[in-house]
Design a protein around this ligand. Structure first.
Ligand code: NAI
Length: 695
């Protein structure tokens, strides 16, 4: 049973019971409808209390039903709410902990609502590019008024129940510590004979001069919504609660909901929502795999990455010791961390007290003995196998048995690093992204011998430090940087053929990327790619690269840190100014290699950069480096500024249609530098089957 039915005195109690949050899936809806009918036909029952078992009143629609015909199978949520609203006996929603989405819409269909304080009340559908589709936009303004309802629906942000006490949403918000069910039953008995039954739908939304307010809201929301259509649709449906009779408003809401559900933006948001949840699951590491305890951490290296990584531990309340080779480097690293926290305090996002608390969790040392008892150590020293070797040999010697030895390497072979120790099962890659205290992505690199419990611990840790952990196998560049290399290769080829950095950046930023490839390279440092290309020239001399980036680096133009890169920079300013020297160099280089420059359409730029990502992503998938296409999408959404409304490179390729993507790639394969366009076998196969990567 996913809704329980009991009778206490003259009150029937219907308890939604579908863990973890009483999602209103088909079985729960069916059971709830049956329970209400039973209560109606039971002569001993005078009133009905609807509540939720366990940790929620109801979190809303059952997400497991999304994209399945079950959501539209009778009784739908609409039908359930209609049954509740039309009940001949008074219905009382007894709300606690979580009351969101469809759960709140159900409560609004009841005659009365009582709540415990501290319950999270929200209509969060907008976060999935939707709007509340079961009457929420019509009923909420009728109890909260136009302004407050609009804010809640457009933002999707939860509001605590006690903050809504005194509004018509709640007939009573009980004192803290009240036992909900007996109080709700007492309330139901009190109102059992009141007729006519009060219904939210019969209320009016009074707002003098509502048109002016709505117009103001449209303007503000439009400016904030970016590429997403849902927030503005929320305003329009809320407007209907004032301008249209209830039934018409409901019909309009339904229509706009169905429209939004079909938009690519909503599909992308829903994809990202599921992708995030899927990323934490590894088929051969079941959810009940034991995890190791992480109560103390250590970080080796107090440079750019080490400092940020240490902050992650401190932010999660885990004491962390940073080890350096020299006192000056250690002092500098610790000072940078303090500066970072103090900036956050200045912005009002952290209290001075919390800042001190966190700094208090971070200590520094030059001696390995001081970190020997840590449960996990993350190495973030120079990207050099020799240096890593000396560090891992030392860690193997001093760390207590069972400690996890992690490396933040971005390019080196994790299996080689693991083999330097006598405990390869304890070695794992934790690839953070810069700035490590800010970026959401954590690539968790699973070596050949990494223990399942170590992987499970890393996944649990990623949640604890509020990162999106995505598991990657071992390969050069792992998921993200391996794909990025192909993306950058195309960006550089485009320069040779006729584009300039500002055109490429503008085209891809218009598509939605936070930053184009050239601005991004200037931020990250052009020397990193230069170093990798030099290594490639020795390891795989057949791979073709444009020389433009090398010509740039030969001038010491490493990016923002040297004050010049693909763009010029002015001191104390991150703004990129087009560089005449760079643009001349690019044009000269085309002439030197005998390429006649042509005007390259923006559409070609976007296509080449995105298909380069998706094609390499397909290879990563077919090699089993990534577990699923949606993991690759998560890497790009959370680590590389890929636009959320496009859903990630693999989702975007699915959206375009893999046969179309393949056809373009085959066309490029016949063109200049065609060798860069070998289509992935998986792409060819899926295109033939007319199936997506994510299908
Ligand atoms: P960095 O040069 O800023 O910092 C390295 C630090 O390690 C320096 O403070 C140095 O004094 C210290 N160090 C060197 N040898 C040491 C040793 N034997 N024992 C203790 N400390 C030692 O370098 P960064 O950028 O922080 O990179 C560190 C690692 O993180 C590298 O493996 C790099 O590939 C990786 N990484 C870097 C990213 C970035 O954007 N900078 C992104 C992701 C990973």
């Amino acid at each position: 049973m996913s809704a329980d039915y009991t009778v206490q005195g003259s009150v029937a109690v219907v308890t939604l019971n579908n863990p973890p949050v009483n999602g209103l899936g088909l079985e729960t809806r069916t059971a709830a409808v049956n329970a209400i009918r039973q209560a109606e036909s039971d002569d001993a029952v005078r009133a009905i209390v609807i509540t939720g078992a366990g940790k929620a009143f109801s979190g809303g629609a059952d997400i497991r039903e999304f994209n399945s015909p079950k959501a539209l199978t009778e009784p739908t949520l609409h039908s359930l709410i209609r049954v509740v609203e039309n009940s001949s006996k008074p219905t009382v929603a007894a709300i606690h902990t979580v009351c969101m989405g469809g759960g709140l819409e159900l409560a609004l269909g009841c005659n009365y609502r009582v709540a415990l304080p501290g319950a999270q009340i929200a209509l969060p559908e907008v976060k999935l590019g939707l709007l509340p589709g079961a009457g929420g936009t019509q009923r909420l303004p009728r109890v909260l008024g136009l302004e407050m309802a609009l804010n809640m629906v457009v933002s999707g942000t939860p509001v605590a129940s006690e903050k809504l006490a005194g509004t018509a949403l709640f007939d009573e918000v009980f004192a803290a510590g009240t036992e909900l069910l007996p109080a709700a039953i007492a309330f139901a008995e009190k109102v059992a004979d009141v007729r006519p039954l009060p219904r939210v739908r019969d209320r009016k939304v009074d707002y003098p001069n509502h048109e002016a307010f709505l117009q103001f809201s449209r303007n503000t929301v439009k400016a904030m919504a970016g590429p997403f259509p849902a927030p503005l649709e929320c305003v329009e449906t809320i407007a209907a609660s004032v301008t249209k009779p209830f039934e018409e408003g409901l019909k309009f809401e339904r229509e706009r909901f169905l429209h939004l559900a079909q938009t690519p933006e909503s599909k992308a948001l829903r994809h990202a929502f599921f992708a995030e949840r899927a990323a934490g699951k590894v088929p051969d590491v079941p959810a009940d795999t034991p995890v190791r305890k992480i109560e103390r951490a250590a970080v080796i290296g107090a440079g750019t990455m080490g400092g940020g990584i240490a902050m992650n531990f401190a932010n999660a309340g885990i004491p962390v010791t940073i080890l350096e080779t020299r006192q000056e480097a250690l002092d500098k690293g610790l000072a940078t961390i303090r500066k970072n926290y103090e900036n956050t305090v200045r912005k009002g996002k952290l209290t001075q007290e919390k800042c001190e608390q966190r700094m208090g969790l971070i200590s520094g040392t030059l001696a390995y003995e001081d970190i020997a008892q840590a449960d996990i150590v993350v190495e973030a020293v120079f990207e050099d196998m020799g240096v890593k070797e000396s560090v891992f040999r030392k860690l193997d010697e001093v760390m207590k048995p069972g400690a996890i030895l992690a490396s933040n390497t971005s390019t080196l072979d994790l299996d080689r690093i693991a083999a330097l120790t006598s405990r390869p099962q304890d070695v794992i890659g934790l690839h953070f992204f810069s700035p490590a205290n800010v970026m959401k992505l954590l690539e968790i690199v699973r070596g050949k011998q990494t223990g399942k419990d170590v992987l499970a611990t890393a996944l649990a840790l990623s949640k604890k430090i509020k990162k999106t952990g995505v598991v990657s196998g071992v390969c050069d560049g792992f998921i993200g940087n391996r794909m990025l290399e192909q993306y950058l290769r195309q960006a550089f080829f485009l320069l040779e053929e006729g584009a300039l950095p500002e055109q490429v950046d503008a085209a891809i930023e218009k598509f939605g990327f936070a930053m184009g490839p050239f601005r991004m390279s200037d931020l990250a440092g052009n020397d990193i790619g230069w170093y990798i290309r030099k290594r490639r020239a020795i390891e795989s001399p057949d791979i073709q690269y444009s020389k433009t980036a090398d010509l740039l680096c030969e001038q010491g133009r490493f990016g923002q840190k040297t004050g010049a890169g693909w763009y010029d920079y002015q001191a104390g300013d991150r703004k990129a100014y087009a560089s005449q020297w760079v643009n001349d160099m690019i044009v000269r280089h085309s002439a030197d290699i005998g390429v006649e420059r042509r005007a390259i359409p923006d559409a070609e730029i976007v296509e080449r950069l995105l298909y380069a990502l998706a094609n390499e992503g397909a290879k990563i998938l077919e090699e089993g480096i990534a577990l699923r296409a949606s993991d690759i999408d998560m890497v790009y959404l959370t680590g590389y500024g890929f636009p959320l409304h496009r859903g990630g490179p693999m989702f975007y390729a699915d959206f375009i249609g893999l046969p179309n993507v393949l056809a373009s790639i085959q066309k490029y394969a016949r063109g200049r530098h065609g060798a860069a366009w070998q289509p992935a076998r998986l792409l060819v196969q899926r295109a033939e089957e007319n199936r997506g990567f994510n299908a």
